[in-house]
Ligand binder design. Structure first.
Ligand code: CO
Length: 286
């Protein structure tokens, strides 16, 4: 048998790393911006990644009072603590630990995101995923899943993969559906000496963000330290090991390869569309 037509495994190597930068947003919420910085403006289709983590209520109590979005999706994943969201259509809910909210802002939504606690640890992520031109003005919508509805896969090495979006090589599929960028969003916990491999589409953009510990990436096993994001080079396979144990996010998606115009909470294709968004918001046309 010839095997030359079998797809080759091309392992993705670690390309660049960034710790992000401290910033604050909303009403004084302290956080680390990891994507959406001068150093890493975007990783198409990912426009922004914020990590928030504090047990000091002064750092988060102000939350994110009423604000609009248009033209993309916001993905909130909580690790500790809870956030209440409320929008002007009357939709309301609480995202609890290990729950996820994948919100399609589409043509426009005005919402608030407030901590549902006065003390204790608040820890989680918000990722902004761009929408293609054809879907920027789509109806707003939510995909919201509590921890119990996030797919889980126990690894042979007793590690655990929480699958929010995408499918593991063993066939565990996350609940979030998105046919624009076919995202992968996994939260992976490895014990000391544990390893994890995942097939990805060759040309998707992909990153790993290390929540805890150190992750070694690729055939070269480049070291990605705690609280750093690593952009992965192209390839159809991701290989990770964690000599001392680690927890990390693996996120990937199809690049849209379209022009991006940003204006605060709006992300469109042209400057004109951004001005239109501001005008629509000011004139209550959301
Ligand atoms: Co928001």
């Amino acid at each position: 048998m010839q095997t030359e037509h079998m797809p080759h495994k091309l392992t993705r190597e670690l390309q660049t790393t960034t710790p992000g930068m401290p910033t604050s947003d909303g009403d004084g919420v302290k956080m680390t911006r990891i994507i959406g910085t001068p150093q890493l403006n975007m990783l198409d289709p990912f426009l922004l990644l914020d990590a928030f983590e504090s047990d000091n209520p002064d750092d988060y109590i102000g939350g994110f009072p009423s604000h609009p979005h248009r033209g993309f999706e916001t993905v909130t994943y909580m690790l500790a603590g809870s956030m209440r969201h409320k929008d002007t259509t009357g939709s309301e809910g609480v995202i609890e630990p290990l729950g996820v909210q994948w919100m399609t802002a589409g043509r426009g939504i005005v919402h608030s995101e407030m901590p549902e606690q006065k003390e204790g640890l608040l820890k989680g992520f918000q990722l902004w995923v761009n929408l293609p031109k054809k879907a920027k003005m789509t109806e707003p919508g939510y995909q919201e899943f509590p921890a119990s509805e996030i797919a889980e896969q126990v690894l042979d090495n007793s590690g655990l993969v929480r699958v929010i979006a995408g499918t593991t090589d063993e066939g565990t599929t996350g609940p979030v559906k998105n046919h624009f960028v076919d995202p992968v969003y996994m939260d992976i916990e490895l014990p000391g000496g544990g390893s994890f491999e995942q097939t990805l589409r060759q040309d998707d953009n992909a990153f790993i963000y290390v929540i805890e510990g150190t992750v070694n990436v690729g055939d070269i096993q480049s070291r990605l330290p705690e609280k750093h994001l690593g952009i992965l080079g192209k390839g159809n396979n991701v290989k990770t090991t964690a000599p001392d144990g680690a927890r990390f996010l693996l996120v990937a998606g199809k690049p849209l390869n379209e022009s991006v115009a940003r204006g605060g909470p709006f992300v469109m294709n042209t400057r004109e569309e951004i001005l239109q968004a501001f005008s629509d918001f000011q004139n209550n046309r959301f």
